[in-house]
Structure formats: structure tokens, C-alpha cells
Design a protein around this ligand. Structure first.
Ligand SMILES: [Zn+2]
Length: 220
């Protein structure tokens, strides 16, 4: 099995090759404890993902307050969106890996600032009967972290208003797959809206699905 830094590179490159997040947009991270210090590995800022090397992957501590200028001066160069990764790991213990993407359909839906209702039962994969959309705030700010964490309450993924989406998992593979599911659902939702107002599944039906999804995951 690849080491965690190599996995970060592998999935960052997959953001580009699968078109989940084109060009240099999007970023990935994975929770890690290094020399007894809790933290995470994250993709760097401003480097093409195809040219990434393990030395480029940045380790940030979970319980350290970073100052952007000092960080830059000391040669640390994490993704400019490192803050919400740190805040998600702090607030959501179950998050072991995070994939953030500006995937086209999720981003398009996010620009409406609305949650995606249960127009398809697969919405349950994200943890509930809708996929919430975090309110807009400038990238890299504490406010954006707060909005994302709110939208992720009892959820494993959410949209980010006028920005994109974020998905969590027990590992990078799972987080990446969930981000792909979110993108797929958003694509379907846009098509469904084109022909009118889709029928929404009832809360009772979605509770049934959520139970099934839980058992299905246990079998994996
Ligand atoms: Zn972003």
C-alpha cells in the first residue's frame, strides 16, 4: 500500500484526470499522526498536480494556530484552503480524509445556495435526506470553515455556495468516491430540473434508505 503522502499525490492527480476538479482547483488531505503530533497531510498551493512530489506535500498540525504570513515565510506552502481541512478534522472525528473539488455540476448547483432534496435515494449516501449547501464566505477564512461545518452536521459531504463541494471519508479512496457521487447527483439534479419540478421522496422512505445504506456499508 502506498504511504499517505503518495496517496495524497495519487488522489490530487485524480482530481485532474477524472475532471472532478480541473486545472489547479480542488485539494485533498489525509489525517495523520506524526511523531505523536496529530495533524494532516495536504496538497500544496500553486503547483500543478501532475508535477507533485512527496516533498511538496505539507504536514500541518491539528492544534496549532497558523498565521498565513509566518507560514509563508517559514517555507510552508499548503493549499490556500488548508483552514477548513484543519477545522473539519478538529470538529469531525470520523473524518480521516477530505476531498474538496470545484466539480462543474456541484459548483453550478452551489451557485444557487440551496440544498439538494431527496429527488434520488442516493442522496442518502451523504448521510441524510438532503445535501446541504454551506453559506458563502471568502475562501481561506474561519467564517467559511464555520459554514462548512454547519452544513456537514450529520453529513459526509456538502456543497459550498458559489464555490464547489467537500466530501469526507475513512480514507482518501472513500472521500474521493463520495465526491464523485456528489458530482453525479448534481448532474442528475440539473437534468431533472430542466423538465420541471422533480418528485421528492418522503422522509419515511429516506429513513428506510438510510437504514439500508448503513447495513450495506457494514457488509463492505
Ligand atoms: Zn476551493
Amino acid at each position: 500500500m502506498k504511504d499517505l503522502k503518495e496517496q495524497v499525490i495519487e488522489f490530487a492527480q485524480k482530481l485532474n484526470t477524472t475532471n472532478l476538479s480541473p486545472l489547479r482547483s480542488g485539494n485533498v488531505s489525509v489525517r495523520v499522526t506524526k511523531e505523536n503530533i496529530e495533524g494532516f497531510y495536504i496538497t500544496p498551493s500553486g503547483k500543478k498536480y501532475e508535477a507533485l512530489e512527496t516533498n511538496d506535500i505539507v504536514f500541518l498540525e491539528l492544534h496549532k494556530e497558523y498565521d498565513f504570513v509566518k507560514m509563508f515565510n517559514s517555507g510552508l506552502n499548503p493549499s490556500s484552503e488548508w483552514r477548513f481541512h484543519q477545522d473539519i478534522y478538529l470538529k469531525k472525528k470520523e473524518a480521516k480524509a477530505i476531498v474538496h473539488a470545484h466539480s462543474p455540476h456541484a459548483t453550478a448547483v452551489s451557485s444557487h445556495g440551496k440544498s439538494i432534496p431527496a429527488f434520488h435515494y442516493m442522496v442518502a449516501l451523504m448521510g441524510g435526506d438532503d445535501i446541504k449547501c454551506a453559506e458563502y464566505a471568502t475562501f481561506g477564512t474561519k467564517e467559511l470553515s464555520k459554514n462548512i461545518i454547519q452544513a456537514l452536521e450529520k453529513r459526509k459531504a456538502c456543497l459550498m455556495s458559489n464555490h464547489g463541494q467537500v466530501a469526507l471519508g475513512k480514507n482518501l479512496n472513500q472521500a474521493f468516491e463520495l465526491a464523485e457521487e456528489v458530482e453525479n447527483i448534481c448532474h442528475q439534479y440539473i437534468i431533472a430540473l430542466k423538465i420541471g419540478k422533480p418528485k421528492i421522496l418522503s422522509t419515511a422512505e429516506m429513513l428506510k434508505i438510510l437504514e439500508k445504506v448503513k447495513n450495506y456499508k457494514k457488509e463492505l
